[in-house]
Design a protein around this ligand. Structure first.
Ligand SMILES: Cc1cc2nc3c(=O)[nH]c(=O)nc-3n(C[C@H](O)[C@H](O)[C@H](O)COP(=O)(O)O)c2cc1C
Length: 311
């Protein structure tokens, strides 16, 4: 088996903040993405959007992941993101199926309005010197594959690559990952790099996706339970990973300033609770921990919960 393409941490709203990105980079993720950031919020300087664009200085290859319906506003947001000097590239969201996003004409709605998608790619690529990628799906539903059109628009608009979650919007996050279509997309991309994404969780999955010829593989959900997936390794000592993650989370929340009414400790605990039980899944005591997550209120509570798993 030849060398695998690089593995990237895919963008995940509510999850891919600096702590998770650093944790995954430390364990082999070759590129990471911010959470989904509202282009309009960036243009208006909204604190919440700007907070999502915070990075840790040690991050080596983080890309800003922007969404919005309006090509001109996406371009303006991209300019502002570039000016921050923190990011290696800009990634446009053209695949999010959440109604709150598609109702605005953003995310996966762009696959139903391809001329707009084309204008968005072109406007953003012209606005910045940073490379611009598009993260999308194969089409709105299996009867409407639009990936060829997306590849053409991306190429003509000046994108540096297209990442396909190799499912249709109608599939949500489940069902078949269409590796055959991904292979066709790679073959027909006309030189544009194509990245693959969808349910890769281990070496066998990565090898199957690599066989399509993609230039990189994005991993999302598997990284939540195991950031070592980027080295195709098992989690190892879950307590050590959980403690490292908690420490990073405390550091990040200390940056929150005006964005949160909560103190850094309380904010870190609230965020970290959604990560914690995943690290211990399958171990004795994990279900009990899940059942009482809401009772963990302080950093000491979380540390004690982690320590309880030390044998
Ligand atoms: C909690 C969660 C949040 C996500 N948020 C985003 C997002 O903001 N932007 C995006 O393009 N995809 C988002 N996704 C989709 C993932 O990036 C990825 O395409 C999808 O989960 C399939 O990859 P996986 O099977 O490796 O999880 C999200 C997925 C999850 C589970």
């Amino acid at each position: 088996m030849g060398a695998l393409p690089p593995l990237f941490l895919a963008p995940m709203a509510e999850f891919t903040s600096p702590p998770m990105r650093v944790l995954c980079e430390e364990r082999g993720a070759a590129r990471t993405f911010t959470e989904m950031v509202n282009a309009e919020g960036v243009c208006r300087g909204q604190p919440k959007s700007l907070f999502l664009l915070e990075t840790f200085p040690e991050e080596r290859n983080v890309w800003a992941h922007l969404y919005g319906p309006d090509p001109a506003r996406l371009a303006e947001a991209a300019r502002r993101v570039e000016a921050l000097g923190r990011f290696k590239g800009i990634d446009l969201n053209a695949g999010c199926p959440v109604p709150r996003i598609t109702a605005q004409g953003a995310g996966a709605a762009l696959l139903r309005d391809l001329p707009r998608l084309g204008r968005a790619v072109e406007a953003v690529a012209k606005a910045v010197r940073l490379p611009v990628t598009v993260k999308t799906r194969l089409g709105p539903h299996p009867g409407a594959p639009v990936w060829r059109e997306v590849l053409r628009l991306a190429r003509e608009g000046g994108a540096a690559a297209v990442a396909f979650h190799a499912r249709y919007t109608s599939q949500g996050h489940a069902g078949e990952v269409h590796l055959g279509v991904l292979r066709e997309a790679v073959a027909e991309a006309g030189g544009l790099p194509v990245y693959g994404n969808g349910s890769v969780a281990d070496r066998a999955g990565a090898e199957a996706m690599a066989a399509t010829g993609v230039g990189a593989i994005l991993v999302a959900r598997a990284a939540l339970a195991n950031p070592c997936v980027f080295s195709l390794a098992p989690l190892g000592d879950p307590c050590a990973v959980a403690e490292r993650h908690l420490a990073l989370e405390l550091r990040y929340r200390a940056l929150a300033g005006g964005v949160s009414r909560l103190g850094a400790g309380e904010a870190a605990v609230l965020t970290f609770r959604k990560h914690l039980f995943r690290y211990f899944k399958g171990l004795p005591g994990a279900n009990a921990l899940r059942g009482r997550l809401m009772e963990l209120r302080t950093v000491e509570d979380v540390r004690a919960a982690i320590a309880a798993f030390r044998g």
